[in-house]
Design a protein around this ligand. Sequence first.
Ligand code: DAH
Length: 332
Amino acid sequence: MTTSPIQTQLETLQTEAIDAIADSSSLDELEQLRVKYLGKKGQLSQILRGMGKLSPEERPAVGNKANVVKEAVQTNLDRQKDRLQQAAVAAKIAAETLDVTMPGVSRPLGRVHPLNGTVDRVLDIFVGLGYTVATGPQIESDYYNFEALNTPQDHPARDMQDTFYLPDGNLLRTHTSSVQIRYMENNEPPIRIIAPGRVYRRDTVDATHSAVFHQVELLAVDKGLKFTDLKGTIKEFLQRMFGSELPVQFRASYFPFTEPSAEVDVQWKGKWLEVMGCGMVDPNVLKAVGYDPEVYTGFAAGFGVERFAMVLHQIDDIRRLYNSDLRFLRQF
Ligand code: DAH
């Protein structure tokens, strides 16, 4: 049996196709090869169109051969397709690889300043006791800083606080007690407020004094408030601030806006430390805001934030709190 020219053509097609498939480098290219060799108008179809001229005896062998060639080409197409797809996935993975050993970008974390941290602790404690946070302006009138707080023009207590006066007759508040008046003017009892803020005094700056510092003011006004309520509140506060079972003592003192008045000491590291002033709100103060002192009584207290921060964190110089020295601030 002789080999017909069609069979030779088929063999050539097979060799050529398999080589081209092996050389292809993209799925697009591979698809073009499929169309070129096996497509409807492809080379295989064209060759088979010549089968009509063959004798009936020749046809089965050529038909067989055509099938074998078609299958071989198709198998090679499938295999190459797999290979190219895998290569594409591998390339994609390689491009998206994350180097987990690369050093990270470190973002410096800020910290709460020890003064703010101290105020936050104080506010937390009083808010927990049902108090509301109040604030007032740092530039004040003589009325709110002194007059309404039972400290008239010629009152000797004005010398206790060296005041910065402004050219327009206003002043920089010397204490947060002015917030008491502003709050009471705008609210009716019962009142329970805690008022943090910045205050100013003409003090020479040294290790324990600053011309600008911070206070927290406490005020409660209600029917039937007594000195024991003040004592209980202050004790509770100090124990939460410094730790439980801390000895606390009240010493009689004087403030124009309270009667009676006291200063409070805590025993801290073996020494009595003065930490705040307090007292029962003077009836004249209640009258100044239009409250009837026969119906309402109140208690108040005020203390310096710097002093608390210094005691709690064992800071030896108040100026460290204002220097913004990161070596210092990072310790809190
Ligand atoms: N305002 C006072 C000062 O700056 C502190 C003070 C004392 C506030 C007694 C009060 C108080 O509310 O009752 O020295």
